[in-house]
Design a protein. Structure first.
Length: 316
Protein backbone atom coordinates (compact mmCIF):
# COMPACT_ATOMS: atom_id res chain seq x y z
CA UNK A 1 0.00 0.00 0.00
CA UNK A 2 1.57 3.36 -1.02
CA UNK A 3 2.56 5.73 1.76
CA UNK A 4 2.91 9.49 1.48
CA UNK A 5 4.53 12.19 3.60
CA UNK A 6 3.10 15.71 3.63
CA UNK A 7 5.03 18.83 4.59
CA UNK A 8 2.49 21.14 6.21
CA UNK A 9 2.48 24.81 7.21
CA UNK A 10 -0.13 26.39 9.44
CA UNK A 11 -1.01 29.42 11.49
CA UNK A 12 -1.66 27.84 14.89
CA UNK A 13 -3.65 30.74 16.35
CA UNK A 14 -7.09 29.28 15.76
CA UNK A 15 -6.18 25.65 16.42
CA UNK A 16 -6.09 23.77 19.71
CA UNK A 17 -2.81 22.27 18.52
CA UNK A 18 -1.82 19.50 16.13
CA UNK A 19 -3.37 16.49 17.81
CA UNK A 20 -7.04 15.57 17.56
CA UNK A 21 -8.88 16.14 20.83
CA UNK A 22 -11.67 13.79 21.79
CA UNK A 23 -14.25 13.26 23.17
CA UNK A 24 -16.38 16.18 22.03
CA UNK A 25 -16.58 18.05 25.31
CA UNK A 26 -17.13 21.81 25.63
CA UNK A 27 -13.62 23.11 26.42
CA UNK A 28 -12.28 26.12 28.23
CA UNK A 29 -10.31 28.42 25.96
CA UNK A 30 -6.99 29.21 27.62
CA UNK A 31 -3.95 31.33 26.93
CA UNK A 32 -2.61 31.01 23.41
CA UNK A 33 -5.82 29.51 22.03
CA UNK A 34 -8.79 31.10 20.34
CA UNK A 35 -12.53 30.79 20.40
CA UNK A 36 -12.17 29.96 16.71
CA UNK A 37 -10.41 26.75 17.79
CA UNK A 38 -13.87 25.41 18.61
CA UNK A 39 -16.23 23.93 16.05
CA UNK A 40 -19.75 22.58 16.31
CA UNK A 41 -20.18 19.00 15.10
CA UNK A 42 -23.93 18.43 15.15
CA UNK A 43 -25.98 18.24 18.35
CA UNK A 44 -26.40 15.99 21.38
CA UNK A 45 -29.38 15.49 23.69
CA UNK A 46 -28.92 16.89 27.19
CA UNK A 47 -31.85 16.49 29.61
CA UNK A 48 -34.15 16.11 26.64
CA UNK A 49 -32.91 19.23 24.86
CA UNK A 50 -30.58 19.50 21.85
CA UNK A 51 -27.21 21.06 22.68
CA UNK A 52 -24.28 21.86 20.35
CA UNK A 53 -21.71 19.09 20.12
CA UNK A 54 -18.45 20.99 20.40
CA UNK A 55 -15.10 19.80 19.09
CA UNK A 56 -11.69 21.35 19.54
CA UNK A 57 -10.34 22.32 16.11
CA UNK A 58 -6.99 20.60 15.55
CA UNK A 59 -4.64 20.68 12.57
CA UNK A 60 -4.56 16.88 12.44
CA UNK A 61 -8.34 16.67 12.22
CA UNK A 62 -8.60 19.36 9.51
CA UNK A 63 -5.86 17.88 7.29
CA UNK A 64 -6.95 14.28 7.86
CA UNK A 65 -10.51 15.17 6.85
CA UNK A 66 -9.24 16.80 3.65
CA UNK A 67 -7.11 13.76 2.79
CA UNK A 68 -10.04 11.44 3.41
CA UNK A 69 -12.19 13.46 1.02
CA UNK A 70 -9.54 13.14 -1.69
CA UNK A 71 -8.73 9.43 -1.37
CA UNK A 72 -12.25 8.44 -0.25
CA UNK A 73 -11.11 6.09 2.49
CA UNK A 74 -10.64 6.44 6.29
CA UNK A 75 -6.90 7.11 6.39
CA UNK A 76 -5.01 7.78 9.64
CA UNK A 77 -2.74 10.81 9.49
CA UNK A 78 0.29 10.62 11.81
CA UNK A 79 2.18 13.85 12.57
CA UNK A 80 5.81 14.19 13.60
CA UNK A 81 5.37 16.90 16.23
CA UNK A 82 2.41 17.52 18.51
CA UNK A 83 2.54 21.30 18.53
CA UNK A 84 0.48 23.08 21.20
CA UNK A 85 -2.39 25.51 20.78
CA UNK A 86 -1.19 28.73 19.19
CA UNK A 87 2.12 27.28 17.92
CA UNK A 88 2.81 27.73 14.22
CA UNK A 89 4.59 25.51 11.70
CA UNK A 90 6.40 25.83 8.40
CA UNK A 91 7.73 22.28 8.32
CA UNK A 92 5.38 19.87 10.09
CA UNK A 93 5.54 16.38 8.56
CA UNK A 94 2.65 13.92 8.55
CA UNK A 95 2.23 10.58 6.81
CA UNK A 96 -0.63 8.35 5.69
CA UNK A 97 -1.18 5.22 3.61
CA UNK A 98 -3.94 4.64 1.09
CA UNK A 99 -4.99 2.22 -1.62
CA UNK A 100 -3.17 2.39 -4.99
CA UNK A 101 -6.41 3.09 -6.84
CA UNK A 102 -6.13 2.32 -10.56
CA UNK A 103 -7.85 4.65 -13.01
CA UNK A 104 -8.59 1.63 -15.20
CA UNK A 105 -10.95 0.41 -12.47
CA UNK A 106 -12.98 3.64 -12.45
CA UNK A 107 -16.72 3.27 -13.06
CA UNK A 108 -18.02 3.81 -16.55
CA UNK A 109 -19.90 6.92 -15.46
CA UNK A 110 -17.38 8.86 -13.32
CA UNK A 111 -19.38 12.09 -13.54
CA UNK A 112 -22.56 10.53 -12.14
CA UNK A 113 -22.63 11.34 -8.37
CA UNK A 114 -24.96 8.39 -7.78
CA UNK A 115 -22.29 5.93 -8.93
CA UNK A 116 -19.87 4.90 -6.14
CA UNK A 117 -16.34 6.06 -6.81
CA UNK A 118 -13.20 4.03 -6.24
CA UNK A 119 -11.01 4.60 -3.21
CA UNK A 120 -7.34 5.51 -2.96
CA UNK A 121 -5.12 7.70 -5.13
CA UNK A 122 -4.13 6.77 -8.69
CA UNK A 123 -0.34 6.42 -8.81
CA UNK A 124 -0.35 7.85 -12.34
CA UNK A 125 -1.62 11.21 -11.09
CA UNK A 126 1.51 11.86 -9.04
CA UNK A 127 2.18 13.51 -5.70
CA UNK A 128 1.93 17.12 -6.91
CA UNK A 129 -1.68 16.65 -7.93
CA UNK A 130 -2.34 14.90 -4.63
CA UNK A 131 -1.02 17.93 -2.72
CA UNK A 132 -3.13 20.29 -4.84
CA UNK A 133 -6.23 18.18 -4.30
CA UNK A 134 -5.75 18.23 -0.51
CA UNK A 135 -5.06 21.98 -0.50
CA UNK A 136 -8.31 22.56 -2.36
CA UNK A 137 -10.14 21.19 0.68
CA UNK A 138 -8.19 23.01 3.40
CA UNK A 139 -9.02 26.30 5.15
CA UNK A 140 -6.89 29.42 4.71
CA UNK A 141 -4.79 28.86 7.84
CA UNK A 142 -3.25 25.52 6.85
CA UNK A 143 -1.54 24.41 3.64
CA UNK A 144 0.32 21.40 2.27
CA UNK A 145 3.66 22.64 0.93
CA UNK A 146 4.89 19.34 -0.49
CA UNK A 147 4.00 15.68 -0.85
CA UNK A 148 6.39 12.79 -1.44
CA UNK A 149 6.18 8.99 -1.53
CA UNK A 150 7.93 7.25 1.37
CA UNK A 151 8.71 3.69 2.40
CA UNK A 152 5.96 1.55 3.86
CA UNK A 153 7.63 1.61 7.30
CA UNK A 154 8.23 5.38 7.38
CA UNK A 155 7.40 6.72 10.85
CA UNK A 156 7.28 10.53 11.08
CA UNK A 157 7.53 10.37 14.89
CA UNK A 158 10.46 7.98 15.35
CA UNK A 159 12.49 8.53 12.18
CA UNK A 160 13.58 12.22 12.47
CA UNK A 161 17.28 12.89 13.02
CA UNK A 162 16.83 16.60 13.76
CA UNK A 163 14.19 19.28 14.29
CA UNK A 164 14.45 23.04 14.12
CA UNK A 165 12.33 25.65 15.91
CA UNK A 166 12.32 29.42 16.02
CA UNK A 167 10.94 31.83 18.59
CA UNK A 168 10.41 35.46 17.61
CA UNK A 169 10.49 38.39 20.04
CA UNK A 170 9.55 42.02 19.48
CA UNK A 171 11.07 44.66 21.73
CA UNK A 172 8.48 47.20 22.84
CA UNK A 173 10.40 49.39 25.32
CA UNK A 174 8.30 51.36 27.78
CA UNK A 175 10.11 54.25 29.46
CA UNK A 176 10.03 58.03 29.81
CA UNK A 177 12.38 58.26 26.82
CA UNK A 178 10.68 55.89 24.40
CA UNK A 179 7.39 54.15 23.82
CA UNK A 180 7.78 51.81 20.86
CA UNK A 181 4.63 50.59 19.08
CA UNK A 182 3.40 47.08 19.75
CA UNK A 183 2.98 44.44 17.05
CA UNK A 184 0.04 44.92 14.72
CA UNK A 185 0.09 43.03 11.42
CA UNK A 186 2.24 40.18 12.75
CA UNK A 187 0.94 40.14 16.32
CA UNK A 188 0.04 36.45 15.97
CA UNK A 189 3.67 35.51 15.36
CA UNK A 190 5.75 37.46 17.89
CA UNK A 191 6.01 37.69 21.66
CA UNK A 192 6.40 41.24 22.96
CA UNK A 193 8.95 42.15 25.62
CA UNK A 194 8.82 45.52 27.32
CA UNK A 195 12.50 46.39 27.43
CA UNK A 196 15.62 46.26 25.29
CA UNK A 197 17.50 42.98 25.55
CA UNK A 198 21.25 42.39 25.54
CA UNK A 199 21.77 40.34 22.38
CA UNK A 200 25.38 39.46 23.23
CA UNK A 201 24.39 38.16 26.67
CA UNK A 202 21.58 36.10 25.14
CA UNK A 203 23.96 34.43 22.69
CA UNK A 204 26.48 33.72 25.44
CA UNK A 205 23.70 32.02 27.42
CA UNK A 206 22.46 30.19 24.29
CA UNK A 207 25.88 28.61 23.85
CA UNK A 208 25.50 26.91 27.25
CA UNK A 209 22.51 24.81 26.15
CA UNK A 210 24.28 23.40 23.08
CA UNK A 211 25.37 19.79 23.41
CA UNK A 212 24.02 16.66 25.09
CA UNK A 213 22.51 17.46 28.49
CA UNK A 214 19.84 16.37 30.88
CA UNK A 215 17.21 19.03 30.20
CA UNK A 216 14.93 18.18 33.14
CA UNK A 217 14.99 21.87 34.16
CA UNK A 218 13.64 22.80 30.72
CA UNK A 219 10.67 20.42 30.66
CA UNK A 220 7.14 21.12 31.80
CA UNK A 221 5.68 18.99 34.58
CA UNK A 222 4.03 15.87 33.25
CA UNK A 223 6.19 15.69 30.13
CA UNK A 224 5.78 11.91 30.15
CA UNK A 225 9.28 10.99 28.95
CA UNK A 226 11.40 8.30 30.56
CA UNK A 227 14.58 10.20 29.73
CA UNK A 228 15.11 13.96 29.74
CA UNK A 229 18.50 13.74 28.00
CA UNK A 230 18.52 15.50 24.66
CA UNK A 231 21.14 16.89 22.27
CA UNK A 232 20.86 20.50 21.13
CA UNK A 233 22.82 20.94 17.91
CA UNK A 234 22.60 24.70 17.75
CA UNK A 235 21.12 27.67 19.59
CA UNK A 236 21.54 31.32 18.66
CA UNK A 237 19.75 34.67 18.75
CA UNK A 238 19.79 36.94 15.71
CA UNK A 239 18.27 40.30 14.87
CA UNK A 240 15.76 40.12 12.04
CA UNK A 241 15.12 42.79 9.47
CA UNK A 242 11.72 44.39 10.09
CA UNK A 243 8.93 43.35 7.71
CA UNK A 244 7.86 45.79 5.04
CA UNK A 245 4.66 46.58 6.94
CA UNK A 246 6.34 47.23 10.30
CA UNK A 247 5.01 50.30 12.11
CA UNK A 248 7.33 53.32 12.29
CA UNK A 249 9.41 53.33 15.46
CA UNK A 250 8.96 49.65 16.29
CA UNK A 251 11.73 47.94 18.24
CA UNK A 252 13.99 45.12 17.17
CA UNK A 253 12.74 41.70 16.19
CA UNK A 254 14.92 39.01 17.74
CA UNK A 255 14.75 35.44 16.49
CA UNK A 256 15.85 32.54 18.69
CA UNK A 257 16.83 29.51 16.60
CA UNK A 258 17.14 26.07 18.22
CA UNK A 259 17.85 22.72 16.62
CA UNK A 260 18.28 19.30 18.18
CA UNK A 261 17.58 15.59 17.99
CA UNK A 262 14.34 16.02 19.90
CA UNK A 263 12.64 18.27 22.44
CA UNK A 264 10.74 17.78 25.66
CA UNK A 265 7.31 19.26 26.31
CA UNK A 266 7.65 23.09 26.34
CA UNK A 267 11.45 22.77 26.15
CA UNK A 268 11.93 25.37 23.40
CA UNK A 269 9.60 27.87 25.08
CA UNK A 270 11.47 27.45 28.39
CA UNK A 271 14.83 27.86 26.65
CA UNK A 272 13.47 31.04 25.05
CA UNK A 273 12.24 32.31 28.43
CA UNK A 274 15.64 31.60 29.96
CA UNK A 275 17.44 33.50 27.19
CA UNK A 276 15.13 36.47 27.69
CA UNK A 277 16.08 36.48 31.37
CA UNK A 278 19.73 36.50 30.30
CA UNK A 279 18.98 39.41 27.97
CA UNK A 280 17.45 41.29 30.90
CA UNK A 281 20.59 40.69 32.98
CA UNK A 282 18.84 38.43 35.47
CA UNK A 283 20.77 35.29 34.48
CA UNK A 284 24.41 34.95 33.47
CA UNK A 285 25.77 32.29 31.09
CA UNK A 286 27.19 30.50 34.12
CA UNK A 287 23.74 30.59 35.72
CA UNK A 288 22.34 28.75 32.69
CA UNK A 289 24.92 26.00 33.16
CA UNK A 290 23.96 25.77 36.83
CA UNK A 291 20.30 25.43 35.86
CA UNK A 292 21.13 22.48 33.62
CA UNK A 293 23.28 20.85 36.30
CA UNK A 294 20.66 21.32 39.02
CA UNK A 295 17.83 19.82 36.89
CA UNK A 296 15.50 22.18 38.75
CA UNK A 297 12.64 23.64 36.70
CA UNK A 298 12.20 26.51 39.19
CA UNK A 299 15.69 27.81 38.39
CA UNK A 300 15.07 28.19 34.65
CA UNK A 301 13.25 31.04 32.98
CA UNK A 302 9.48 31.21 32.41
CA UNK A 303 7.63 29.28 29.74
CA UNK A 304 6.99 31.91 27.08
CA UNK A 305 3.58 31.98 25.35
CA UNK A 306 3.10 29.86 22.22
CA UNK A 307 2.57 32.90 20.00
CA UNK A 308 6.21 33.36 18.95
CA UNK A 309 7.02 29.67 18.43
CA UNK A 310 7.29 28.04 15.00
CA UNK A 311 8.28 24.52 13.96
CA UNK A 312 10.61 25.36 11.09
CA UNK A 313 11.79 22.02 9.74
CA UNK A 314 12.25 18.30 10.38
CA UNK A 315 15.04 16.22 8.84
CA UNK A 316 14.96 12.46 8.23
Amino acid sequence: MPRYALTIAYDGTDFCGWQKQEPFDPPTVGEGSSALALSVQGTIQHEGEPRPRVQLRSVQHVVERAVREVVREPVQLVGASRTDAGVHALGQVAAFSCQPFSEELSPAAPDDPSVPRGIGWPLSRGVERLARAVNGRLPDDVQVLACRPVAHGFDPIRDPVAKGYSYTLLECPRSAEEHAPRALWDRRYVHEVWERLDLEAMNAAAARVVGEHDFAAFAAAGHGRLSTVRTVYGCRVIEQAPPSNALPGQGRRLRIEVSGNGFLYNMVRIIAGTLVEAGRGRLSPRDVSRVIEAKDRAMAGPTLPPTGLCLEWIRY
